[in-house]
Write a protein that binds this ligand. Sequence first.
Ligand code: NAP
Length: 205
Amino acid sequence: MDSKRIGIMGGTFDPIHFGHLVIANEVLDQYHMEKIIFIPAGNPPHKKDSKASSIDRYIMTNLATLSNDKFEVSNIELIKKEKSYTINTLLVLREIYKDAEIYFITGADAIIELPNWYEFKSIIKLCKFIAVTRPDYNTHEIKEKIQSIIDIYQGQIELLKVPMLQISSTEIRNRIKNNRTAKYLLPEVVEQYIVKNNLYGDNNE
Ligand code: NAP
């Protein structure tokens, strides 16, 4: 019997939007995944603090994924006091999903940085990567990069073209800060949560 496939959507999700959800759904469908686990980053090792609190990002991710029973949200990185590295998350997931194939979903642009991730040599043995990109993206350069990483580290990195919407969390935060609408860029319930809790206003930047 084929082993189960689990997709991991790691990200800051500050806030989560339809771009993330479209990517997750496309991977779920094309790879016949058992489920996709969204893992909001706690204290990203490689950058400054997020704009919304961990708990707000966790709640928004839950609200956004509520209607899909194949989407799950994990607080594994949020509950950590220390910095959360992907290697530690994968080691825990490997214990839970012993026989599953674990796919880490990331933007294609991030692939270039992969070898710089903490303990990348071990990471690539614990999971496969799916690098998502827009259909119109020039993939030649990224394919070469992927091949060079595979040549060195022997892992599996696949490029997947997704009808990814041009939505970004930064754009949404800027719109909200400037009292502009973010309607149709993210689930309505997440937008309501942002408004109700006054996230991303002047005082939060
Ligand atoms: P990020 O700041 O949330 O995202 C970076 C870019 O990719 C943004 O343009 C973002 O769009 C987009 N994006 C976010 N999640 C995505 C996903 N799952 N698939 C496709 N595109 C996505 O996140 P990040 O800092 O790149 O981190 C992503 C994941 O990699 C996290 O789980 C993080 O912990 C891990 N990571 C680990 C290490 C390490 O262990 N040393 C280093 C780097 C990254 P939006 O801004 O619109 O969300």
